[in-house]
Design a binder for this molecule. Sequence first.
Ligand SMILES: CSC[C@@H](O)[C@@H](O)C(=O)COP(=O)(O)O
Ligand SMILES: [Zn+2]
Length: 276
Amino acid sequence: MAPPIDSPAAAVPNDSKAGDNNDHLVQSADPEHPANLIPSLCAKFWTLGWVTGTGGGASIRDDDLVYIAPSGVQKELMKADDIYVLSLAAQAKSLDRRSRVYLRSPPRYKPSQCTPLFLAAFTKRGAGCCIHTHSHWAVLVTLILETETHGAPSAGGNGNSREFRINNIEQIKGFGRGFGQTGNLGYHDTLRIPVIENTAHEEDLTEFLEESMDKYPDTYAVLVRRHGVYVWGETVHKAKTQCESLDYLFQLAVEMKRLDLPWITDIEPVKPTSTR
Ligand SMILES: CSC[C@@H](O)[C@@H](O)C(=O)COP(=O)(O)O
Ligand SMILES: [Zn+2]
């Protein structure tokens, strides 16, 4: 396989030996270590159809260090030894935003093309984990929304192809209110997920993803039309459960559309008649 395109490490931690490529950064017996967790999570995601045929992936941030999968590999078969490691502090000092400074680069691969999008979640939102899926349900929702703009909004949508909206579904409670805010969305809250258009090259999505983050400061996800979804969270646990909740809602929304059921409904909150 071709060598990595991005620049090798300019700075290495003091405890590294020269020439060892900082392999110790990905060597741990702890299954929760990011270098072990990314492969095990991706193996689970593959069973859900989220990272089929090398598409999709996941990245984890541990303080200053970001762990990234290689590009174009079967994500469900990755090993810890395949993982790239990048320092956010070193990256912030880099003058060229498009070149990246890796503390560890497996020589046989290139880093994931999703890297700048994962970095946006870490630097703009302080996320601890970002997941990218090519789930059928995410893609179908963007296709349904696309048809909404060509003609009158039907019962299933909201007439705005750049935003997915749904309310009055219990699983909405699986989402946080936004970074820096406490608690989760409520049953009657409306979940809004922005949609950006796909580009020929993954990294060209970055500016549009960042734009969406600015426009929707509370969002934990951005849909990419005809492509998939990026979902993040403060922790791995939160990114994973939000991604699962979203996939559940996308599947439900597609089935609702088939049944001509609306995604947005006006339901009066039911008041408890007695206190326990
Ligand atoms: C099936 S190719 C998909 C890629 O172009 C991209 O969309 C993707 O999600 C994965 O990119 P990768 O560089 O392999 O991590
Ligand atoms: Zn992708």
